[in-house]
Ligand binder design. Structure first.
Ligand SMILES: Cc1ncc(COP(=O)(O)O)c(C=O)c1O
Length: 381
């Protein structure tokens, strides 16, 4: 049996997205060209933009397409901190200590260029402490970036409250919502964020397309300069095919998200309870309730997560031991260590992330196979 339990790394393409993209392969006109073929491509891009804007409940001119979620995150941080009209070289940036590498690495590279950086610690569930956020703010703080939901442990942050704290001091707020969009309801206006990022391949759409929502896009400088594409914020002929695919993925979210996510949540609870009850010496990483419906991260004492991953793979089951972007690194997850847990607990952690295609039979199969794998690996110790 094949069981895909790594939806936080990427999702399969929805059949409707695939169909639309195959049809769109013949639409080759350059969207910037004025003749009919070009205008046709341009129209389809703008249609996807307005679907995205409508789904996010924002204006179309606040939606910028990028080539990935990572690029969208970089655009916010570097786009703001390289804009001399907005930020001085010594200005201050706050991010949480469990951000995805696309925010973490970018922030550290800004620090190398002189920006003052605070990594806000989290509690043992992975939640930022709002009192600590208040005290971390300095007169020269120019941006706060805290992810909406963590990719490894699924913990959901109190973003609305954090934004209120930031806005009291007139500090703009970015949230990386790449894991949250499509899994939990996200209301940008209610959250109050100034920037929010999305990635196509985490929501049953194609790879190679991301979205940056910017309340005031003109505050950013482009990372890629050239033509006036994407409001002059991202030069380069648009990835028409992927943008069309993203628009269809958003249609699918609107129609299917609620029902599918309820089922995913039930299956995840079955998997989680099954593992914690039947396999001894296991512990949950992440918040018990304030968590994405399909994410469960568990440490299996005395067993290396990577070994579990490989054994499960041999049985047709795909899981991960950290973010997909750091899976080639031999160091254990910095996210689990940031919760205050030991190197060993981080080393023995496995992330199971469920999605729309998972079934009860698959969960039964995983529970059976996993118990035996852990028993065998522990005997080897
Ligand atoms: C929270 C988070 N941010 C950013 C990214 C990067 O997105 P992309 O793969 O589109 O660059 C990911 C992907 O793993 C993610 O989970």
């Amino acid at each position: 049996m094949k069981v895909y339990l790594d939806h936080n790394a990427t999702t399969p393409i929805h059949p409707k997205v695939k169909e639309a993209m195959i049809q769109a392969l013949d639409i080759y006109g350059n969207p910037s060209s004025s003749y009919t073929l070009g205008r046709q491509s341009h129209y389809l891009i703008e249609e996807s933009r307005s679907k995205t804007a409508q789904f996010l409940d924002v204006e179309s001119k606040q939606v910028i397409f990028t080539a990935s979620g990572s690029e969208a995150n970089n655009m916010v941080l570097k786009g703001l901190f390289t804009n001399p009209y907005e930020v001085n070289r010594k200005d201050h940036l706050i991010i949480s200590s469990i951000e995805h590498p696309s925010v973490m690495t970018c922030a550290k590279s800004l620090r190398d260029r002189g920006i003052d950086l605070t990594l806000l610690s989290v509690d043992s569930y992975g939640r930022v402490d709002l009192e600590k956020l208040k005290t971390a703010i300095q007169p020269n703080t120019r941006l706060i970036s805290i992810m909406l939901a963590n990719n490894e442990i699924g913990t959901i942050q109190p973003i609305k409250e954090a934004v209120q704290i930031a806005h009291k001091q007139n500090i703009p707020f970015h949230t990386d919502a790449i894991q949250a969009i499509g899994k939990i309801p996200v209301d940008i206006k209610d959250l109050g964020v100034d920037y929010l990022t999305v990635s196509g391949h985490k929501l049953y759409g194609p790879k190679g397309v991301g979205v940056l929502y910017a309340k005031r896009p003109k505050k950013l400088l482009p990372l890629i300069e050239g033509g006036p594409h994407e409001l002059g914020l991202r030069a380069g002929t648009e990835n028409t095919l992927a943008i069309i695919g993203l628009g269809v993925a958003i249609d699918c979210l609107q129609q299917e998200m609620d029902e599918n996510n309820q089922r995913v949540s039930r299956l995840r609870r079955r998997l989680e309870e099954g593992i914690l009850k039947t396999i001894p010496n296991t512990s949950l990483n992440g918040h018990p309730d304030q968590r994405l419906p399909g994410t469960v991260n568990i440490s299996f004492n005395d067993v290396e997560g990577k070994a579990i991953l490989l054994k499960l793979d041999m049985k047709g089951i795909s899981v991960s031991t950290g973010s997909a972007c750091s899976s080639h690194l031999s160091d254990p997850s910095y996210v689990i260590q940031a919760l205050g847990y030991s190197y060993e607990r981080a080393y023995s952690s496995v992330r199971f992330s469920l999605g729309w295609g998972n079934t009860d039979d698959q969960i039964d199969y995983v529970l059976n196979v996993l118990a035996k794998i852990i028993e065998d690996l522990r005997k080897l110790k």
